[in-house]
Design a protein around this ligand. Structure first.
Ligand SMILES: C[S@@+](CC[C@H](N)C(=O)[O-])C[C@H]1O[C@@H](n2cnc3c(N)ncnc32)[C@H](O)[C@@H]1O
Length: 403
């Protein structure tokens, strides 16, 4: 193990990340993230997912609980985190998840399924590695041809104030002072910075977070961060291509920028330039995206002609909010809306789209387009109307098309 990785391991063994409970993370549904790429799977058998740098495995355990037919492997260098993850998997009786000690700088000992992993998840890890490019290229090497990587790296613009402060705090200590002994002065600095260096940033709360989160933010032994141009260069050098942001709405001028000259000019730019401008304006703290082998591409929109044979499911990242009124004589749906991830809810008046959403919500599960059209027709919609509504629900992420 190289010296940097050894130091990172020691830090995450003292402060195993993250604290908190198991989560249902965005981008955790395998079929959903695979549906973002144009290339189709040519093998059969259960989907295989790698969580590269899984930490205590909280996201992985959530995903494994919800997708019992998918096989998950979490790898990390922190043996303490892995032990904790294994214990939690046992407590939950999960049979579809395994954990292994693997250094992402070498991938030695990684058990790669035949044909590679369908999905690799790596959140908050790459920027702590001794050589992020080498590690990312290594992950590409174990990714199936149709596979996707769900990646989160620190955003340089959004973390600038925090990283400046952490850099300054590092000057306070001779190199042999341990993390625990750094905590009191570092916390004092963060408390003072709340009203100054960190004021108005997402990291204003740093002085108040628990030790695990605090060490990760303020006392990390190795971290870098990326802005959009640096990230896109990194992807290209690693032989990977951008498919989409995990939350495209955060990068869409139509949602972020009022109609006018700025929006028009943004929409005229190439995506990379457009994202660069938006990043400088909105300064996200993390860059979360789905990438694939160079040569794979975002899946083209579904055409009406292909709709009957396509298969659909309710979108696992969308909540359908149904307001029901109970009267002595009746139970009626009075309000209906949907919420995609953390976006604002979209209200649906009493119309055919609302009717279609109610039909879907009543019986979740996979349906072909043809079956869905028949169901909507039974609910009183005409065939062309049903078709148009399905395409609209797809665009709005109320449903998604299976890979
Ligand atoms: C900030 S934590 C993120 C944990 C988890 N992905 C999450 O989102 O909760 C970073 C993780 O990367 C792991 N890590 C750092 N360098 C690594 C390496 N070379 N190989 C494997 N894991 C590594 C650390 O041990 C730590 O658990």
């Amino acid at each position: 193990m190289d010296e940097t990785t050894g130091a990172v391991r020691s830090m995450y063994e003292q402060y195993p990340y993250p604290s908190g409970p198991v989560v249902n993370r965005v981008g955790g549904d395998v079929e959903l993230v695979l549906s973002y790429g144009a290339r189709r799977r040519e093998t059969s058998g259960p989907y295989r997912v790698l969580d590269a740098g899984c930490g205590r495995g909280l996201g992985l355990l959530g995903a494994a609980t919800l997708q019992p037919e998918v096989r998950f492997l979490g790898v990390d260098v922190s043996r303490v985190s892995l032990e904790d993850a294994r214990r939690q998997a046992d407590q939950r009786g999960l049979k579809n998840v395994a954990f292994a000690e693997v250094d992402l700088m070498t991938l030695d000992g990684l058990e790669v399924p035949p044909g590679g992993f369908d999905v690799i998840h790596s959140s908050g890890v790459l920027h702590h590695l001794a050589d992020p490019l080498a590690a990312l290229a290594g992950l590409r090497g174990v990714l199936a041809p149709h596979g996707v990587i769900n990646l989160m790296v620190y955003g340089r613009c959004g973390r600038e104030a925090l990283q400046d402060l952490a850099g300054a705090v590092a000057l306070l200590f001779p190199s042999d002072v341990g993390l625990k002994d750094r905590l009191p002065a570092a916390r004092e600095a963060a408390a003072l910075a709340r009203g100054h260096a960190l004021a108005g940033t997402r990291f204003e709360d740093t002085a108040g977070v628990d030790d695990v989160e605090f060490v990760d933010r303020m006392l990390n032994v190795n971290e870098t961060s990326y802005d959009v141009p640096a990230l896109f260069d990194l992807l290209e050098a690693a032989g990977l291509t951008f498919l989409r942001w995990l939350e495209p709405a955060d990068w869409d001028p139509r949602r972020l920028v009022p109609e006018g000259e700025l929006r028009r000019r943004l929409l005229d730019l190439e995506p990379r330039q457009r994202f660069t401008v938006l990043e400088r304006i909105f300064r996200p703290a993390g860059l979360e995206l789905i990438v694939a082998h160079a040569g794979n591409e975002p899946r083209p929109p579904l055409s009406a002609a292909d709709l009957p044979r396509a298969r659909f499911r309710l979108h696992p990242e969308t909540v359908i909010n149904k307001g029901v009124r109970h009267t002595p004589a009746d139970i009626r749906t009075e309000t209906l809306s949907f919420t995609v991830r953390t976006r604002k809810p979209v209200a649906l008046g009493a119309g055919p789209v609302a009717q279609a959403v109610l039909v879907l919500a009543e019986k979740p599960g996979t349906r072909t387009g043809a079956a869905l059209i028949s169901e909507l027709r039974r609910a009183g919609l005409g065939a062309p109307e049903a078709q148009a509504i399905i395409l609209e629900l797809l665009r709005n992420e109320v449903i998604f098309r299976l890979p």
